[in-house]
Design a protein around this ligand. Structure first.
Ligand SMILES: Cc1cc2nc3c(=O)[nH]c(=O)nc-3n(C[C@H](O)[C@H](O)[C@H](O)COP(=O)(O)OP(=O)(O)OC[C@H]3O[C@@H](n4cnc5c(N)ncnc54)[C@H](O)[C@@H]3O)c2cc1C
Length: 415
């Protein structure tokens, strides 16, 4: 399957983090790209998202890495605590950045979406435009087809970036069981900075956790998780539910809950795809992000992996044999993302422990590991944060601690 670059047209279904990044990266490689978004605007949920050095390096390929690194707000110490405030493990921003080759950056989702979307030309994203895959196309040559309210579009490449409940995934792999409930629910909110400064922390209790992290704009992002039945909601509102569950935890948790606007407390059940897909592509259609490998947010990698996918896809779709390129994309991304889905589920199981002896043993282990050497706790993240994109600059084995502006030299010249 080869397509003349001059005529090659890609349709991206979904304008989340993964879809937008793919659109920018494909355009850089000479593709004409149309992004279909069913929502009326690009406004994401009002929450933060953590970007680790792996996705920052991926963003270097589209010239956005340094801009994102510049939004890092964590400076100084931080770590993991128990609900009474005792530190189970401590680290600091410098040690983490040295270990992983870059800072851990917490950004507001609206900021991230805006920074990526700005790299697309006016009109590239069609909002209020749901897309439905009607034909994935064939590796032998037939183009793929997507139905929209304005008529059918034929495409050389369709990217299903339509999130966890992906209809594109169901069309490609109708027999796959899809995502399953992970057993826990989450809350997220963004609040003004608390009056008293705090050290960024993630606090683990029995079957629940709470995290508070600073954002560069001065506000704080707070997230929580707890074992709960699927679909449950608090009759008196989620802020009241947070107070019940976390109101007696250490500072700054009660103050953060008090500052939360009730209508800005998001609650989402977590579903994940423990059974991997057989491939991420069929014919001329490919999946990325949550559509391909939804995972628990316990390692904060779902969005990071969507960004990696997008950059790897653009790399492999740049050759003349698109069929071989999509197969190479599947082969490269499936094992890595399946490993991170499994690892995220393991961390979720640890978080979900509720029996007092098991919780005490878990906390003691965490404390002991941290005393043996702070690096031991960070090391669990090594094979995730170490990742480098396949594009020339990194494939050559760049040793950079953080890929600076020089990375742009390796980018494909076509725009
Ligand atoms: C509580 C929580 C905390 C998290 N924290 C982190 C974190 O710190 N770091 C991290 O990396 N990840 C985190 N994640 C995971 C991250 O949010 C997701 O993995 C990421 O948003 C997936 O991006 P995506 O582009 O694949 O899909 P989405 O962001 O879901 O985007 C899919 C888009 O497709 C659109 N769409 C759907 N169907 C159609 C259609 N038929 N036609 C057109 N458009 C369509 C949707 O409207 C949506 O805009 C967290 C998740 C949760 C729940």
């Amino acid at each position: 399957m080869s397509a003349s670059r001059a005529a090659a047209h890609a349709v991206v279904v979904g304008s989340g983090i993964g879809g937008l990044t793919a659109a920018v990266a494909l355009r850089q490689n000479g593709w004409q790209v149309t992004v279909l978004e069913q929502a009326q605007s690009l406004e994401p949920v009002g929450a933060g998202i953590g970007l680790a050095p792996n996705s920052q390096r991926a963003l270097d390929v589209i010239g956005l890495g340094d801009e994102i690194r510049g939004l890092a707000a964590w400076q100084g110490p931080g770590g993991m605590r128990n609900p009474s405030g005792r530190w189970l493990s401590r680290t600091d921003s410098t040690a983490a950045a040295e270990r992983f080759g870059g800072p851990l950056v917490l950004v507001h989702r609206a900021t991230l979406i805006d920074r990526i979307a700005r790299r697309l030309p006016e009109g590239a994203v069609c909002t209020g435009c749901p897309g439905e895959l009607t034909d994935p196309g064939t590796a032998g040559g037939r183009r793929a087809r997507v139905r929209t309210p304005d008529g059918d579009i034929e495409a050389d490449l369709v990217i299903g970036a339509d999130g966890i409940h992906s209809a594109v995934r169901r069309a490609l792999f109708p027999h796959h069981p899809g995502p399953a409930y992970s057993g826990f629910t989450t809350w997220r909110t963004v609040v003004p900075a608390p009056e008293r400064s705090f050290e960024p922390h993630e606090t683990w209790g029995a079957g629940s956790l709470w995290g508070t992290q600073p954002l560069k704009d001065g506000r704080s992002y707070a997230y929580a998780a707890a074992v709960a039945p699927a679909g449950a909601h608090a009759a008196d509102g989620e802020k009241a539910e947070l107070l019940r569950r976390f109101g007696d935890w250490h500072d700054p948790v009660p103050g953060i809950i008090a500052a939360a606007e009730p209508e800005r407390v998001l609650r989402n059940d977590v579903h994940h795809m423990i059974t991997p897909l057989p491939a991420f592509h069929r014919g001329r259609t490919v999946l990325l992000g949550d559509a391909a490998h939804a995972m628990s947010p316990t390692l904060g990698q779902g969005g990071n992996q969507a960004i990696e996918d997008a950059i790897v896809l653009a790399h492999h779709a740049a050759g003349t044999d698109l069929g071989a390129g999509l197969a190479a994309y599947s082969a490269e991304r499936l094992p890595r993302t399946a490993m991170i889905v499994r690892k995220s589920a393991r961390v979720a199981r640890l978080m979900s422990l509720t029996a007092a002896p098991a919780v005490a043993a878990r906390d003691t282990l965490m404390w002991a590991l941290s005393r043996l050497g702070p690096g031991l706790v960070l090391r669990t993240f090594d094979d995730i944060a170490d990742w480098r994109p396949p594009q020339r600059t990194y494939a050559a084995g760049a040793q950079d601690a953080h890929a600076g502006p020089g990375v742009h030299k390796g980018r494909p010249a076509r725009h």
